[in-house]
Write a protein that binds this ligand. Structure first.
Ligand SMILES: NC(=O)C1=CN([C@@H]2O[C@H](COP(=O)(O)OP(=O)(O)OC[C@H]3O[C@@H](n4cnc5c(N)ncnc54)[C@H](OP(=O)(O)O)[C@@H]3O)[C@@H](O)[C@H]2O)C=CC1
Ligand SMILES: O=C1O[C@H](COP(=O)(O)O)[C@@H](O)[C@H](O)[C@H]1O
Length: 609
């Protein structure tokens, strides 16, 4: 066999070795391959280039057209080229921080890679569903915080839009009750609030009326004058009216000379089919470029730090594989029930509400291969690959639970989920679930990824735990007693509350003799970054929309991959009417979670602290 033929026949093997998570294997294969290496690298590089310009989604190959600013124009544009051409947004010119903003804000500003809006253009954010809970609780306060920090462009306008009748003044009163100056020592906070509120307006209108949006358009134009007008519409409304609003806003209130971007809140459907229909409905009126599907967990400080930790420290990435990691746990818990949102929740349940989106996004970020760059499409390509490599979820790897009434020792009574008046008394919707998942690729083969999410549990937390394998031939094994599991390293990223990253290690207790102790190498954010306040995830994400940075938003194929993974399980649970295991309000959740973990030789990290 000629060298070229044997090389070509062996390409897969070389690929596997050179891509192997094992540094030893990689090093050995490099030595073996040395004489052939020039030839091989050439072949492999060609293959990579080809892979980069084409992608495979749901088994169909898409060639990614590249937009003028270098970003790939995603699937909707491919699917509907004529519509997409019309609606592909213009890239905004470069943007500066607002005059008078803090030096830190100015510095952070420079650090942002995605320049946005120039000082002569205007930017409006229309909050559709302004009378609702999310708008009051999160969106308006986030916009104020951005204004306070000087991140909003000089000429900006905020519009509230909903059916409720309200005057501008009433909207301002409503908003002002939720604005807070998060740091006591902040200067001019009151003045800043007044300045902010002056820029807030309200328009009452129907969600399916182009005329109402035309009226809004006229009002926006008054504010915009003859400047370049960039417009953001934040759809903070129930999903059944997303498409109506996309249609009316795009036909009657799109910017004629700047960008028009639309933020879409979850839930993006209930399953693969409904999510596909929703995506198709939106794609009739908007290009994929214009759609920002928000998952607020991606805007959390610790989640942003996950990639930094992994890719900018030498010590983690070499360990990031089945060779060293025994299991990964992604845990979400709340110490309150569905209070006030039972009507919504009963139609979705904890798997759709938290796991299919927030927790799966964390998993994808953690498990993805190193992206080619930090560009949005490069990161999202890797996330999609990780999601598409996941094994189907098996019912026997799933536990579901529902909270029941509980009276504490002091006599305080907590309701059952089904006590909520908006929830049917015979509901079997899970308020708790844990799932063992597996990724079928070279890096993660056989490593259990355990997800756990629940409401009305004993504490409120969101964290990622990475438990490492035992130290081979551990010289100190006799110091750990019989339970070697207790001596393994564990890396914990606590997303909330009290953001922290800590690594559990073994060390010697000071003194004579050798006694070992478990302790934490601990990065407590509050301690390390005393003077810093952490922006709410909505601040980061809204700013990204203004700047056109899609890194932290869900792409259409990513959404489809997530639903493809969960839909069969959700169908099976519903068809088989799987009854949830009841757990008392305020407890640690169903005991089944421990059996599931034990099946894979895993001990929940959050239960041992
Ligand atoms: N609240 C939260 O914590 C979170 C919410 N979300 C998502 O954000 C979006 C907004 O949430 P939230 O503010 O809680 O929602 P709301 O139920 O408060 O609805 C927002 C506004 O939409 C209008 N609206 C409500 N129901 C209907 C309806 N059936 N038909 C037409 N209009 C309606 C109402 O305004 P009006 O009557 O004045 O027109 C309401 O003020 C939803 O998609 C939700 O799933 C996501 C994460 C968390
Ligand atoms: O999306 C949702 O998230 C919240 C939890 O968000 P957090 O930022 O407070 O952790 C959850 O309560 C809600 O049910 C869900 O829809």
């Amino acid at each position: 066999m000629s060298a070229a033929r044997s090389l070509s026949a062996g390409t897969l093997a070389f690929d596997a070795l050179l891509d192997s998570p094992s540094s030893t294997l990689r090093a050995q294969s490099r030595m073996l391959a040395l004489p052939l290496v020039d030839n091989y690298v050439g072949l492999r590089a060609t293959a990579k280039l080809t892979r980069r310009s084409a992608s495979v989604r749901d088994g169909v190959a898409f060639v990614e057209p590249v937009s003028s600013n270098g970003a790939a124009v995603a699937a909707a544009s491919v699917a509907a080229p004529k519509e997409a051409e019309k609606k592909t947004e213009k890239a905004p010119p470069a943007r500066q921080p607002q005059a008078g903003s803090s030096p830190q804000a100015q510095k952070d500003f420079k650090d942002m890679q995605t320049g946005g809006v120039d000082q002569d253009s205007t930017c409006s954010v229309t909050v559709v569903g302004a009378s609702g809970d999310l708008a009051k609780k999160k969106i308006f306060p986030a916009l104020f915080a951005l204004f306070y920090e000087g991140y909003l462009p000089k000429h900006f306008t905020i519009y509230g839009y909903a059916r409720s009748k309200m005057t501008n003044e009433q909207l301002r009163d409503m908003i002002s009750t939720t604005l807070t100056c998060r740091i006591d020592q902040r200067e001019n906070c009151g003045q800043k609030q007044e300045d902010f509120l002056k820029r807030c307006f309200y328009h009452a209108g129907q969600y399916d009326s182009e005329d109402s949006f035309k009226e809004l358009d006229a009002k926006l134009r008054e504010q915009e004058g003859d400047r370049t007008a960039n417009r953001v519409f934040y759809l903070s409304i129930p999903p059944n009216i997303f498409v109506d609003v996309a249609r009316c806003s795009s036909r009657a209130a799109s910017s004629s000379n700047g960008y028009t971007r639309v933020i879409v809140e979850k839930p993006f459907g209930r399953d693969l089919q409904s999510s596909g229909e929703l995506s198709q409905g939106l794609a009739e009126h908007l290009s994929e470029d214009q759609i920002y599907r928000i998952d607020h967990y991606l805007g959390k400080e610790l989640v942003e730090n996950l990639s930094v930790l992994r890719f900018s420290n030498l010590i983690f990435e070499p360990l990031w594989s089945r060779q060293f990691i025994r299991n990964v746990q992604i845990i979400f818990s709340e110490d309150f029930g569905t209070e006030g949102r039972g009507g919504y929740f009963d139609n979705y349940g904890i798997i759709r509400d938290i796991m299919q989106n927030h927790l799966l996004q964390l998993l994808a970020l953690l498990a993805m291969e190193p992206p080619v760059s930090l560009a949005a499409e490069d990161i999202r390509n890797e996330k999609v690959k990780a999601l598409r490599s996941m094994k189907p979820i098996r019912l026997e790897d799933v536990v579901v639970g529902q909270y029941k009434e509980h009276t504490s020792k002091s006599g305080v009574s907590y309701p059952a989920y089904t006590d909520d008046k908006t929830v049917p008394s015979n509901s079997i919707t899970p308020t708790f679930s844990c799932i063992a998942m597996f990724i079928d690729n070279a890096r993660w083969d056989g490593v259990p990824f355990l997800m756990k999410a629940g409401k009305a549990l004993n504490d409120k937390r969101a964290e990622i735990r990475i438990q490492f394998r035992h130290v081979p031939g551990n010289l100190y094994k006799n110091s750990f007693g019989t339970d070697l599991d207790k001596a393994t390293n564990e890396l914990v990223m606590r997303v909330q509350p009290d953001e922290a990253i800590y690594l559990k290690i073994n060390n010697k207790v000071p003194g004579l003799g050798v006694r070992l102790d478990r302790s934490n190498l601990n990065l407590q954010y509050a301690e390390r970054y005393k003077k810093k306040e952490f922006p709410d995830s909505y601040e980061r994400l809204i700013l990204d929309v203004i700047n056109g940075d899609k890194r932290l938003f869900i792409r259409d194929d990513e959404l489809a991959a997530a639903w493809k993974l969960f839909t069969p399980l959700l169908k099976e649970l519903e068809e088989k009417q799987v009854a949830p295991e009841l757990y008392p309000y305020g407890s640690r959740g169903p005991i089944g979670a421990h059996y599931l973990a034990a099946k894979y030789n895993v001990r929940w990290g959050d239960q041992s602290v």
